[in-house]
Each structure stands twice: as structure tokens, then as C-alpha cells.
Design a protein around this ligand. Structure first.
Ligand SMILES: Nc1ncnc2c1ncn2[C@@H]1O[C@H](COP(=O)(O)OP(=O)(O)O)[C@@H](O)[C@H]1O
Ligand SMILES: [Mg+2]
Length: 179
């Protein structure tokens, strides 16, 4: 399914994660392949796995194990040193868009780190168009369904992991072209 977010065309995919270790693998992959200025938005109910995925992204980004990546709910932003800096944000307790602007959080989007935002939809108006969005849906067990919205650029980068997790594009299995 294709949708247009701002000026940028986004593709929508669905991934099934069987268990915690699949989440770990996806997160590490995202961290390993992230580049300066990338933005990953994580949404989904409490307990869906946003922080768990953020921790795996941090490991993939080579944030040291002793740099504890936890939910930054109270601080809104936690910064960690990795291969490139990680700006881990959580908009759960956000009062409104003004708070993001007052805190200057937007400026982080242009820096040379990776920004990961939990509850990003609470400030959807200020998010840059060029971003990767993951919505985590919790099932009854350890499995998770992830709805991914990404630009063509990211889809290319992610083809390996997409294959591994049998990405569903629209109704059928999405066949990605070999690079
Ligand atoms: N496949 C999975 N992916 C992520 N978390 C999982 C998975 N299976 C079980 N869990 C558990 O679900 C909880 C998710 O919590 P957390 O990551 O803090 O969620 P959120 O940040 O979305 O509120 C953790 O206790 C985690 O161990
Ligand atoms: Mg959390």
C-alpha cells in the first residue's frame, strides 16, 4: 500500500516477529544500518515493546552495555554515545507540540546522530517527512506485528531484514529486488 506523508511517498509493510529474539534481531539491524540524521519513530500501546526495540537498536549502534537504555518518559530525551550518537526520546508525557519546540528537540533531527522516538504520534506535526515509522501491535503471546512505513531509500537498505521476516506488502508477500 502506498501513502503520501507530506511530500514523501511512503510504502507500508507488515512484519511478524515470533518472539523477543526476533525483536532483538530487528532492532540490532536497525541500529547497525542507521546513518547520521536518521529518525526512527516507534508507536504502539504500553508494553508493546518500544523500549525493548530501542534497547536493541542501541546495541546495534554500539552503545555500550553499561549505558542503560531505559524509557526516557520523565526526561523526554536521553542521549547515549555509540558509533554515532543516539537521541532516545519519549513523547508519552508530552503536554503538546509547544513543549517539543520549547525544549528545542527539533534541532536534534538535524544533528549527526540517530533519533529514536517512542510515542512519536503525539507530535506527528513536527516530525520530518523523511523517517522510518514502526507501529508495534501486541498479540496474546510473545509475538508482535509491526506495521512499517518507510521511504524507498529505507526499503532498499532494509531488503535483507525484510526477506528474513517475510515482509508482507499489501496483500501478498512482497518480493524485493536484489541489490
Ligand atoms: N517480541 C517481543 N518484543 C518486545 N517485547 C516483548 C516481546 N515479547 C515479550 N516482550 C515483553 O514486553 C514488554 C515490552 O515492554 P516495553 O519495551 O517497555 O514496552 P513499551 O516501551 O512499548 O511500553 C517487555 O517486558 C518485554 O520483555
Ligand atoms: Mg517505553
Amino acid at each position: 500500500m502506498r501513502s503520501v506523508w507530506g511530500q514523501i511517498e511512503m510504502d507500508t509493510f507488515r512484519i511478524q516477529l515470533k518472539n523477543h529474539s526476533d525483536t532483538e534481531e530487528l532492532g540490532r539491524f536497525l541500529g547497525k544500518t542507521a546513518g547520521p540524521g536518521d529518525i526512527i519513530c516507534l508507536d504502539g500501546d504500553l508494553g508493546a515493546g518500544k523500549t525493548t526495540l530501542s534497547q536493541a537498536i542501541a546495541r546495534g549502534l554500539e552503545v555500550p552495555e553499561n549505558s542503560y537504555v531505559t524509557s526516557p518518559s520523565f526526561a523526554i530525551l536521553h542521549e547515549h554515545e555509540g558509533r554515532i550518537p543516539l537521541y532516545h526520546m519519549d513523547f508519552y508525557r508530552l503536554q503538546g507540540i509547544d513543549e517539543v519546540l520549547d525544549l528545542g528537540l527539533e534541532e536534534y533531527f538535524d544533528l549527526s546522530g540517530l533519533t529514536v522516538i517512542e510515542w512519536s504520534k503525539r507530535a506527528i506535526e513536527i516530525l520530518p517527512d523523511e523517517r522510518l515509522s514502526l507501529e508495534i501491535l501486541r498479540n496474546d503471546d510473545e509475538s508482535r506485528t509491526i506495521i512499517i512505513q518507510a521511504t524507498d531509500l529505507f526499503c532498499k537498505k532494509a531488503s535483507a531484514i525484510f526477506k528474513k521476516f517475510h515482509v508482507h506488502h499489501n496483500q501478498g508477500t512482497f518480493a524485493l529486488t536484489q541489490e
